[in-house]
Design a protein around this ligand. Structure first.
Ligand code: TYM
Length: 337
């Protein structure tokens, strides 16, 4: 077994494609961490059923998710890539952790509050409420030291840390206490039409959301029609110029160039110039990303094989952690193995 520290993360298959926010906020870091860490990346299909969803769409969305993660650079030779529901230990550990999670503590999760702000809690499922506990189980099962995520998941990782420390304190040293790995520059990519809200797959309009497999022409149009700010100067200033700053962030993340360098290139030019240049870059990116994704999707046998191997590697680790947790919890071991 590897002596490297572990990294774990997941991204929900709740749409027909991931978007640029997922890619820059999370996937780029997943890929970068594969050498230094023993990596576990997964598709949380069990999380996806906590909101209204169509079971007929979920299988295809799960395959698309897998193909996109591979297209993003997750390398199955170095990382375990798997589907959450293939590893039953996730729900088993979640139940144990629910016994040490306070009701009030769970109620303070801002994502739950945001997601129920419109419809109220009567319309929300218990699964949506306990969702962060399942997420804690996802992380703790693998003894992950780092969890690369966007800013919106910080509070969930904080809850995970608290649960790990609480369990260790009450039942003896069991879990590695994980740390969120959040890259400041790309921790929150904003909606192009509403640059003070995060880019989100559940947005009511997708005009401000660039999906990784958007038709390139549509993606170019979305960038060119991005809402920009008053004034004319192309300058990174998230408070005064959220629209332009978001475009500069995306420009920098896609090209690897610094914001200062990009500001210098566009000094004295109009917003339109920046949008045209960025539109071309994003168009090329999604064209390439889309074709790699489609190629991977064409070979379901290979995707199934990668996901099965990933689940095997995941279960090896997960079953050991769960056995330890059960023993420490005082459960009599089953004699049937
Ligand atoms: P999810 O599926 O909403 O998003 C997947 C990842 O993308 C990041 N992200 C963003 N980053 C920057 N800007 C944005 N606009 C943006 N939108 C999304 C998210 O922060 C996330 O890292 N609960 C998780 C899934 C999950 C998980 C886990 C993550 C389940 N179990 C265990 C880590 C570890 C979620 O809903 O992410």
């Amino acid at each position: 077994m590897s002596s490297k520290p572990r990294v774990l993360s997941g991204a929900q298959p709740t749409a027909d494609s991931y978007h640029l926010g997922n890619y820059f906020g999370a996937f780029k870091q997943w890929v970068a961490l594969q050498d230094e860490f023993e990596a576990f990346y997964f598709i949380p299909d069990l999380h996806a059923i906590t909101v209204d969803y169509d079971p007929k769409l979920l299988p295809e969305r799960t395959y698309i998710a897998a193909a996109q993660l591979l297209a993003a650079g997750v390398d199955p030779k170095r990382s375990a890539l798997f589907v959450q529901s293939h590893v039953p230990e996730h729900t088993q550990l979640a139940w144990v952790l629910s016994g040490i999670t306070g009701f009030g503590e769970a109620g303070r999760m801002t994502q739950f509050k945001d997601k129920t702000a419109k419809g109220g809690t009567d319309k929300a499922s218990i699964g949506l409420f306990t969702y962060p506990i399942l997420m804690a189980a996802d992380i703790l099962l693998y003894q992950a030291a780092k969890v690369p995520v966007g800013e919106d998941q910080r509070q969930h990782v904080e809850l995970t840390r608290n649960l790990a420390q609480r369990f260790n304190h009450r039942f003896g040293e069991t879990f590695v206490v994980p740390e969120a790995h959040i890259l400041k520059a790309t921790a929150k990519i904003y909606d192009l039409q509403n640059p003070t809200a995060k880019m989100s797959g559940s947005a009511t309009s997708h005009a401000g959301v660039v999906n990784l497999t958007d038709d390139p022409k549509a993606a170019v149009k979305k960038i060119r029609s991005a809402v920009t700010d008053s004034g004319t100067e192309i300058r990174f200033d998230p408070a005064e110029k959220p629209g332009i700053s978001n475009l500069l962030t995306i420009f920098s993340a896609l090209t690897g160039r610094t914001i200062t360098d990009i500001e210098a290139e566009f000094a004295g030019q109009q917003y339109g110039h920046l949008k045209v240049a960025l539109g071309d870059i994003v168009g090329d990116f999604v064209a390439d990303f889309g074709s790699r994704t489609r190629e991977l999707l064409d070979d379901r046998g290979e995707l199934d094989r990668i996901l099965a191997e990933g689940a095997d590697s995941a279960r090896e680790v997960a079953s050991q952690t769960l056995a330890d947790v059960y023993r420490r919890s005082g459960f009599v071991p089953s004699q049937r193995g």
